[in-house]
Every structure is written in C-alpha cells, then in structure tokens.
Design a binder for this molecule. Structure first.
Ligand SMILES: [Zn+2]
Length: 285
C-alpha cells in the first residue's frame, strides 16, 4: 500500500471520456501530439478521470470525482463517456469504501469532469452524493463559476453547482490552505480562476495532484497547454513554478487525465524539464 506520512493513498478511477486532441494541446501541431497520445476517428483523445483517495488521521478524503451519472445519451456520445472502463462507485466499492464514509471532498475546480460525481439524480430532485463530507473549493473559483463566461459556460453545469451551494457542506478556501496535517491546497489561475492543486508531504516524499495544470504526461513541455485555458501565459508561468520546484525538491505528480500514466517524476534535460519514471501510484516511492 502506498503511503505518505500517516496517509494511505489509492487511485479511484471514475471512468474515461474524450476531448478534441487539438483543444487539449493548444498551439501544438497534431503530428507532434498524436505521437504521444493518438486520437480516435473524431479526433478525440482518451482521458481518464483519475481521483485520489487519501485515508488517515481519522479522515477519508477524495480528490475530484469525475463527471458523475447525470448526463444524457447525447452528452455521453459527444464526450465518448466510457464507464465500462471504470466508474466512481464501483471503484470506491473495490477499495472497500462507500460514499457515506467520505469525510472530505477536495474539488480542484468545478468543470464537469472534475466535480460531476458530487451530485446525483433522485427522481426529479438532485442530491449530494457524499452526504457526510465537507466539500473544499476555492472561494474565488466558486464565485467565478456562479457567473460563467462564454468560454466556460458549458463546463460549469448547474446540476453540479446548485445542490452544492444549497447543501451547507461547502468550505470555501482562500489560496493556500491546510486540509489536514501534511495536506494542503494551493491555487493557480491560468486554466480557470482559482483552481486548486493538492500537495501531500511528509518532508521526505511529496506528491502533488496536478489537476488541469498538467493533465497528462504530454503536458510537461512549457508550450504544450490546453486551448481551454483562460490565461495561457499564466498557465506557463504557474507550470514553470510548479515544475521547477518539483525538480528541485523531488516531487512526484499525480496525473488526473493521463490515459496510461498515474504518477511521474521530473528531471532537467537539454530541452527543459522532462518526464522521468512514469509509474503507477503503487510504485510511488
Ligand atoms: Zn478543467
């Protein structure tokens, strides 16, 4: 079992979906990106929704929760949603955990593929899935998502946000904040205003849940960024800071969307910072 300090860590796969490869790699030409992650006949690349379960100190914490089960057939086909591959509750069950056991849900940001599992349909009503959990979101991001801009409008779904807002289970954070001893979140704003990354450290080993700052191993090069980002130059600055620190201090990164690789380390190379030692979470150390 993988652990950092008092916490055991497990991957919880919530399924797969697909997004346009061009949109996922911004200015990078297709002949380059498709060598790293090949596209399907609709030009989509497969993306995992890989959540992280953290257990220890009397807490059971889940980082992100995939896109949930509220979508219709049209949405499922546009985004190539694949829950045969994996599904949130099946994965939790396989880890011996049920939704009621979760004490904390850390939501990196409110785009549908990160927080859709927070709510579920109950007939005509919507209900909170993790009914005993505190849900941690950055305050700036929560406010940003309430009045969505045109580019992000289709990513912030009211069936995800409204029940959360009414639940009394939200904890709104301002920048760097401690979730539990040795577990903190910090905010970056290139991808969307106030996205938070999660950093677990015991002083010797550090793992950062990289969310949409570095969604796959192919997003390590500085110019390989998503066209979805609201501030592309800010993403580059923020990536530089995180990757530099990762090299200097030997951090590992947990990749939420990579179709194969769960965890990477980083090294300096003649072409800048590069991936080292891609591996499953259970081989973290
Ligand atoms: Zn996102």
């Amino acid at each position: 079992m993988t652990s950092i300090g008092p916490y055991t860590l497990r991957t919880i796969e919530a399924g797969r979906f697909g997004l346009d490869g061009g949109a996922m790699f911004g200015i990078v030409p297709k002949p380059l990106w498709e060598r790293r992650i090949p596209a399907d006949s609709k030009n989509r690349i497969p993306l995992n929704m890989r959540c992280l379960l953290i257990e220890g100190e009397g807490r059971l914490m889940l980082v992100d929760n995939g896109l949930g089960d509220k979508y219709d057939q049209k949405f499922g086909s546009i985004f190539g949603v694949d829950t045969e591959y994996a599904e949130l509750h099946r994965s939790l069950h396989a880890a011996g955990v049920s939704a009621e056991d979760i004490t904390d849900v850390i939501i990196t940001h409110l785009h549908f593929d990160h927080c859709g599992g927070t709510t579920s349909r109950d007939g005509d009503a919507l209900r909170m899935v993790f009914k005993n959990a505190t849900h941690h979101v950055q305050k700036s991001h929560w406010e940003w998502a309430q009045v969505p801009n045109i580019r992000e409008r289709n990513s912030f779904l009211k069936e995800n946000l409204e029940p959360m807002g009414a639940s009394g289970q939200l904890r709104l954070l301002s920048g760097t904040a401690e979730i539990a001893p040795g577990i903190e979140v910090f905010a970056v704003s290139g991808h969307t205003e106030g996205m938070q990354l999660v950093k677990l450290s015991d002083g010797e080993h550090t793992l950062v849940y990289a969310a949409d700052l570095i969604p796959t191993h192919a997003h390590v090069p500085m110019a390989w960024n998503m066209a979805y980002d609201i501030h592309p130059l800010k993403t580059i600055q923020e990536k530089e800071v995180v990757l530099e620190q990762a090299v200097r201090e030997g951090w590992s990164l947990f990749l939420e969307h990579d179709p194969e690789v769960e965890v990477i380390s980083l090294k300096r190379s003649d072409r800048g910072i590069a991936v080292e030692n891609p591996r499953p979470l259970k081989e973290l150390k």
